[in-house]
Design a binder for this molecule. Structure first.
Ligand code: FES
Length: 106
């Protein structure tokens, strides 16, 4: 599935991310700046925060309690479309997903 990461300055980068990985890994594997992922994907650091584009919100499952909890610790403001990208598992339903990177992760 193709995922598009949009930086704070508006630069968009679309990459093919393998099924079964995560939106966080898609960024890390492709050297996309703006996602730190300090805890390695365990919903324990909130440095993989992204804002999901309004057009993509319907493709996502609800956040689980651990993610919901850590979303309280994001460095940039938490908004209604805030998610932890390590908890967004890549499935076919995510093809075309657009996420916006926050201005800071810590
Ligand atoms: Fe740490 Fe996502 S990588 S919460």
């Amino acid at each position: 599935p193709e995922i598009t990461y949009v930086a704070v300055d508006g630069t968009a980068c679309s990459v093919e991310v393998p099924l079964g990985t995560s939106v966080m890994r898609g960024a890390v594997f492709n050297d996309i700046d703006g996602i730190v992922a300090q805890c390695g994907g365990n919903a324990q650091c909130a440095t993989c925060h992204v804002y999901v584009d309004e057009t993509s919100l319907d493709a996502l499952e609800q956040a689980q309690p651990e993610e919901e909890h850590m979303l309280g610790f994001t460095a940039a403001d938490r908004l209604p479309n805030s998610r932890l990208s390590c908890q967004l598992k890549v499935t076919g339903a995510l093809d075309g997903l657009i996420v916006h990177l926050p201005e800071r992760q810590y």
